[in-house]
Design a protein around this ligand. Structure first.
Ligand code: SIN
Length: 540
């Protein structure tokens, strides 16, 4: 097997590895490369081409403190992360992940990543984004950081001959009689099935931005990994905290993946204006345009409702060298007929990041033996109720590496003898994707209420039919249907506003929820239900 796509034989094929990694973004490839370097036989499974996931679309950068910015510190980065997270972070997880950021970035540089240098000092250039108290975000290609991260890891994987099974969607985990994961069932684009036997499965398959009609996420972000983990007996938490990026390029009537206008544009001085040309973030938050992302997205949403406008405007005309500093944003604006050097950019919020996910520790271990989850698919405790900008590539690099070490350690001892494992019959509730997206966009966006959440739930339920997914689209639709139900049940239960979860019928924070993450599992009928509240260990 080589880094070139493995051949897809006829239906019913079987193969074996030590560890199967699902996903080929920053987290998955970091985990896979490190596991292979630890001597494990690794196969990476990805449902599209290798770089089709969210990583390559990340613009802003990697938030990291390497010690060369006067006045900045790991402690300040931790404090900013906790402040953004609204009391639901796991403080120990935050400290661990942030402390390991510098070595993770150095490791990526050693693998060939080139970050932008500061032309004066020669050190890494830094930018600033919402919620950060310092210029600490390193970037590449101006605003093409994710593309550089993905390029580096894909090239390294190719150079090392890492087996990559493209065009295969993960359907379900195999489990033995003790519930331990023993492999993965997959389907290719033609619906042909295969089984990968493995002692460990690492989910690094990203989030569920495609639950919403307008998102920064590509088509791949359908929550498959979370759905798979729930069906395998794991739990998920913080699912109600869907982060909306405040600024995507607005073009009337457009939906689907929308071009991001990186927060770094505001970090370097751009201002948000309403239709009357007023700076409405003044007075909303002391950091104004650079308030944490949830605050800015909610303020824009309120302003749109107050003014009846379809968008607000980001005025970057005062920035020098815009086209060179933000080439991706510049190209997207020009393609839409906007010249950001001469006129304000029309922007709206769009679904961007899943702060919650499969409950896992900072080593990726879930409650199901043999099943690991890392990166956006997981709830590690780093983000709480609202992720701090550019902490996601950081988490992928750090926890991807930690998960590889955890797998290697767990497989070093005697491997459990639990039989070959089997997949349970894969009948699932499947609703039409557009119906789900419409229901979620109408009822579960920024500014939810109980009635809207219930109506969305009814709409999804009315559209849901039982069936066995026979191809990638079916697996994705089943995952989106399950995730919609899970997000709605969590959002309906949390009767307060906190972080990205903004309820118009409960507009204030409620201290009773201060340290309570909602944990969702499947009930005996396979429906998502809130199981318990997980105290956010040591949250600020
Ligand atoms: C951005 O560049 O604004 C997005 C970065 C992130 O989501 O962390």
């Amino acid at each position: 097997m080589s880094a070139a796509s493995m051949p897809a034989p006829a239906s019913g094929w079987e193969a074996a590895a030590d560890v199967v990694v699902v996903g080929s973004g920053v987290t998955g490839l970091t985990a896979a490369l490190d596991a292979a370097e630890a001597g494990l036989r690794v196969v990476v499974v990805t449902k599209d081409v290798a770089d089709a996931g969210c990583t390559r679309w990340a613009q802003g950068g990697v938030a990291v403190v390497v010690g060369d910015v006067p006045g900045d510190s790991l402690e300040a980065h931790v404090a900013d992360t906790l402040a953004a997270g609204g009391g639901l972070n796991d403080a120990a997880a935050v400290a661990t992940i942030i402390a390991e950021g510098p070595s993770a970035v150095r490791r990526l540089q050693a693998r060939g990543a080139i970050f932008d240098p500061d032309p004066d000092s020669g050190r890494l250039a830094r930018t600033r984004e919402g919620g950060h108290s310092a210029f600490r975000v390193v970037h590449a290609g101006g605003d093409a950081t994710g593309a550089e991260v993905e390029r580096t890891l894909v090239a390294t994987a190719a150079g090392q001959g890492l087996p990559l099974l493209t065009g295969h969607v993960a359907v379900d985990a195999l489990r033995d009689d003790h519930g331990r994961v023993t492999g993965l069932a997959v389907l290719d684009d033609l619906g042909r099935s295969g089984v990968l036997h493995a002692s460990a499965v690492v989910l690094a398959s990203g989030g569920y931005g495609q639950l919403f009609a307008s998102t920064t996420n590509p088509q791949t972000a359908t929550g498959d990994g979370i759905a798979l983990a729930l069906r395998a007996g794991a739990t998920a938490a913080d699912l109600e905290f869907v982060q909306f990026h405040p600024t995507v390029l607005h073009t009337p009537g457009a939906s689907g993946r929308r071009p991001l206008v990186t927060e770094a544009v505001r970090g370097e001085g751009a201002l948000l204006l309403d239709r009357a040309g007023r700076r409405f973030m003044l007075g909303v938050h002391p950091q104004a345009e650079l308030a944490p992302r949830d605050v800015v997205a909610a303020a824009i949403t309120r302003r749109l409702a107050e003014t009846g406008a379809e968008c607000v405007w980001l005025d970057a005309t005062g920035l020098d060298g815009f086209a060179a500093r933000f080439p991706t944003v510049y190209a997207a604006c020009r393609a839409a007929g906007v010249d950001p050097t001469r006129e304000p950019i029309p922007v709206t919020p769009a679904a961007h990041y899943s702060c919650g996910g499969v409950v896992a520790d900072v080593d990726g271990r879930t409650a199901v033996p043999g099943l690991y989850a890392a990166g956006e698919v997981a709830r590690s405790g780093l983000h709480g109720a609202n992720r701090l900008a550019s902490n996601s590539l950081l988490e992928g690099l750090v926890v991807g590496a930690r998960a590889a070490r955890a797998v290697a350690a767990d497989l070093a001892g005697p491997r459990p003898m639990g039989g070959p494992g089997r997949v349970l019959p894969a009948v699932a509730g499947i609703a039409d994707r557009w119906t789900v997206q419409r229901a979620m966009t109408t009822g579960a966006g920024i500014g939810r209420d109980g009635a809207g959440l219930a109506a969305a739930s009814d709409a999804v339920e009315a559209a849901t039919l039982l069936g066995a997914p026979i191809d990638r689209a079916g697996v994705e639709d089943a995952a989106l249907t399950l995730l919609a139900q899970a997000v709605l049940v969590a959002a309906g239960t949390r009767t307060e506003s906190r972080g990205c979860h903004v309820r118009t019928d409960f507009p204030e924070r409620d201290d009773r929820w201060q340290r309570a993450s909602l944990v969702v599992g499947l009930d005996s009928s396979g429906a998502p239900a809130v199981r318990s509240e997980l105290a956010a260990a040591g949250a600020a």
